[in-house]
Write a protein that binds this ligand. Structure first.
Ligand code: SF4
Length: 268
């Protein structure tokens, strides 16, 4: 069978687009810290992941859209966050107030579309007063950059604002007492998507006892805000093979946000 020139051109075009897609994929995954890509992944169809139908059919109920936010919006939210931070700087509601070096409030863009919620400050965070600044924090920054954001574009906070001694797990009563601060932060920032990092963030936000392994990889909902669950970066440092799973989760976040922002800029 002989191929016509137009068919050969078409095949060439398709091959080129596949090669480019693979190159992009490899570059991003390398940036994210994934050194190996399985053959089956490369052989698979390269396409954007499908949105969770539950999310497609349930538009986000954030109180404000980008269009409604005037130039004062950022300042107003920054001020509200500052007020909240001042209110809680001396918090001693739970015993962690006595053992902390610094209260770790949160950091990032008060107008962030994407907000990450982790578990609690570790040693480095306690010393510096900023969330995710240690090795796990550096990995989180890579994750954020791999989906096309800068760390300063997003907002990052923890369920607990003070470090549990020896990095032990948060206690239920500590979570109950501290959770109100996180709730207020989310209310002020009004992110379009939340990303819960690890068991405690996921179980707290979603009010469930299910393990992170069964929750991850799909969107849930926190007060009308889509919430992706994925592994905590500290877990990834111990289990690097699961980086691929986190990468899959984060691509869903990236694509969901991309679609949402496109819709916002082109309402039909
Ligand atoms: S962990 Fe939360 S509730 Fe406990 S002292 Fe710190 S800020 Fe207050």
């Amino acid at each position: 069978m002989e191929l016509q020139i137009s068919q050969i051109t078409q095949i060439k075009k398709e091959l080129l687009s596949i090669i480019n897609a693979v190159k992009t994929k490899i570059e991003i995954e390398k940036g994210f810290g994934i050194d190996t890509i399985s053959i089956s992944k490369l052989n698979g169809k390269i396409s954007m992941p499908e949105l969770n139908p539950l999310i497609k059919n349930n538009p986000i109920k954030t109180p404000l859209t980008d269009k409604q936010i005037d130039s004062d919006g950022k300042e107003r939210r920054a001020q509200l966050l500052e007020n909240l931070q001042s209110e809680m700087m001396d918090c001693h509601k739970c015993p962690l107030g006595k053992t902390r070096t610094n209260l770790v409030f949160g950091v990032g863009n008060p107008m962030a579309n994407l907000m990450f919620v982790g578990e609690a400050p570790g040693r480095d965070e306690d010393l510096q007063g900023e969330p995710f600044v240690g090795r796990a924090g550096q990995l989180l920054t890579k994750i954020i950059e791999a989906i096309g954001f800068k760390r300063s574009d997003v907002y990052i906070a923890n369920v607990l604002k003070c470090r549990p001694p020896g990095n032990r797990n948060p206690l239920p009563e500590e979570i109950t007492l501290c959770m109100q601060y996180l709730i207020k932060q989310i209310e002020i920032i009004q992110p379009k998507v939340l990303c819960a990092l690890g068991t405690f963030a996921a179980q707290t936000l979603l009010n469930t006892k299910s393990p992170v392994g069964t929750l991850r990889g799909r969107f849930h909902e926190y007060k009308g805000i889509p919430a992706m669950v994925t592994f905590h970066p500290a877990y990834l440092l111990r289990n690097p093979n699961d980086k691929v799973k986190v990468w899959e989760d984060m691509k869903k976040v990236r694509d969901f946000l991309g679609e949402l922002l496109q819709k916002d800029s082109n309402p039909s």
